[in-house]
Ligand binder design. Structure first.
Ligand code: SF4
Length: 63
């Protein structure tokens, strides 16, 4: 699965990183980056927890 981040919404809570640390990483700038290769093989449950749990609604699944 592929996940994209809206950097205008992301405020660096890090909840996504906690849910799937192999996929999401909050950088020094306070924005999250997504490892596309890791997302492709990550457990769907962890990805859904991250996407649905983002308080800023900054994550969404992409085709
Ligand atoms: S949980 Fe949402 S706002 Fe927080 S770092 Fe992740 S994408 Fe950004």
């Amino acid at each position: 699965m592929r996940v994209v981040v809206d950097t205008d919404r992301c405020v660096g809570h890090g909840l996504c990183e906690a849910a799937a640390p192999e996929v999401f990483e909050v950088g020094d700038g306070g924005f999250v980056t997504v490892d596309d290769a890791a997302a492709a093989t990550a457990a769907e449950t962890a990805l859904r927890t991250a996407v649905n749990g983002c308080p800023s609604a900054a994550l969404r699944f992409a085709d």
